[in-house]
Design a protein around this ligand. Structure first.
Ligand code: NI
Ligand code: MN
Length: 239
């Protein structure tokens, strides 16, 4: 199974049965767009093209613009199934998206590629047009014998201990940018709570409020005997 970082909180997870895209914020992400403009690597330029990305499922953690910006166009072009909370899914339905699967916190469901559980996140959620965005969440994905925790935008919460009790997490994708979500210190504790030492950081550097010192982030995790991967935008790795 492969994972590709598409900037901010956006990842493409490729399982044997499906391509799963998380929280697409690509075309308005100036870091991604500058990278595309300056790159002579055609493969990278294509990977980061919101108008070309292929996926079978689009998972949305909550309604904020930096998580849904490219969702409508990708859903309409690809016909991918949108999976999110009931309110967000309904919002897309009104916009003419018909391949939908609403969930709510604590619920899990089997799909053709594996299983998704929609779990608690401590944050807020409103759609870009001001519509109610339901409760924010994260996702646990079980596919190809692996279990992945995508935390979404969240504070550190004791609830994460329950995730560690219920699942053997093989990969934890955690926000580290501070200000709007956990910072590195709390994210390191979150990794301990979920019992995972294979960590990818997200939700950092995109805006002024969430710029982080990468060296300091690595040191913070190292201090607790952990290591975190701050993937390059466009980088793909095997899980
Ligand atoms: Ni948010
Ligand atoms: Mn966000």
């Amino acid at each position: 199974m492969n994972i590709t970082y598409l900037g901010h909180a956006c990842f493409l997870l490729e399982t044997s049965g499906a391509k799963i895209l998380f929280d697409p914020f690509i075309s308005p992400n100036s870091i991604v767009q500058e990278l595309r403009k300056d790159s002579s690597d055609n493969e990278l330029v294509l990977k980061l093209d919101a108008d070309k990305i292929e996926c079978d499922y689009l998972l949305i953690s909550h309604g904020h613009e930096d998580h849904v910006a490219d969702a409508e166009s990708i859903l309409k072009r690809t016909g991918a199934k949108v999976v999110s909370n009931y309110e967000i899914v309904s919002w897309f339905e009104v916009k003419g998206v018909s391949n939908v699967h609403p969930m709510n916190l604590g619920g899990s469901c089997e799909f053709d590629f594996g299983k998704i559980k929609y779990v608690n996140a401590v944050h807020s959620s409103v759609m870009p047009d001001g519509a109610y965005g339901g409760n924010p969440g994260g996702f646990i994905i079980e596919a190809d014998g692996k279990t992945i925790y995508y935390a979404g935008d969240t504070a550190l919460t004791f609830d994460m201990k329950l995730i560690g009790e219920e699942f053997k997490i093989d990969l934890a994708i955690l926000p580290i940018g501070d200000n709007f979500t956990m910072g590195a210190n709390d994210a390191s504790k979150a990794a301990t709570f979920v019992g995972c030492n294979n960590i990818i950081g997200m939700h950092y550097d995109t805006f002024g409020y969430i710029k982080v010192d990468h060296k300091l982030v690595h040191e913070t995790f190292l201090k607790n005997g952990q290591s975190i991967d701050l993937m390059s935008i466009g980088e793909t790795k095997e899980i």
